[in-house]
Design a protein around this ligand. Sequence first.
Ligand SMILES: Cc1cc2nc3c(=O)[nH]c(=O)nc-3n(C[C@H](O)[C@H](O)[C@H](O)COP(=O)(O)O)c2cc1C
Length: 191
Amino acid sequence: MKTTKRTKSRSDLDGADIILGVTGSIAAYKGVALAREFVSAGASVTVVMTENAGRFVTPLSFQTVTRSAVITSLWAAVDSYDAEHVALAKKADCVVVAPATANIIAKMACGIADDALSCLLMTVKCPVLLAPAMNTGMFLSPAVQRNIKTLLDSGVNFVGPAEGRLADGSVGVGRMSDVVEIVAATRRLFQ
Ligand SMILES: Cc1cc2nc3c(=O)[nH]c(=O)nc-3n(C[C@H](O)[C@H](O)[C@H](O)COP(=O)(O)O)c2cc1C
């Protein structure tokens, strides 16, 4: 039987170790569909949720589609010498945060590490992709625009947000990109 050596540089996601960060946006439920797409593409997916993400979608949904434990706290029991966020950071091929709130964008831009996801994002050396989702006013605010520029300058990748109807019924920019676009942007990280 022919065996193929897996490399860290791949344009398909088969065999990739993807960390999916999920934050407290109304779009958090779409993260479940995204996790399922990554798994279907052959990736191994570990979900790291913020406490506020848990107000919108349960860890059980992610655990079911990824068939892996979901990380919701910095303080969970560790089964290795490294803290979990450090161990995860070492093996990750990329981190995708979808949806990415204004809050996590600000924490990344300012270097705040006060939960499992923000600690992980500060630790990883692999490519990071953010899919922002927020109300138009939030997205266009000087603070968010400044933070996005800071992160772009630091080499963080973005997909979206898109224009369209938002959760509050208004139409504008701020919708999280569709799952298919986030998957395509993730593939581009490996090219
Ligand atoms: C119903 C509801 C919907 C929200 N949707 C968003 C959103 O789409 N984007 C966003 O940036 N914040 C949103 N927020 C605010 C965030 O939940 C809040 O800033 C929170 O602190 C984010 O925490 P996290 O980034 O740690 O998950 C929403 C809040 C509520 C109550």
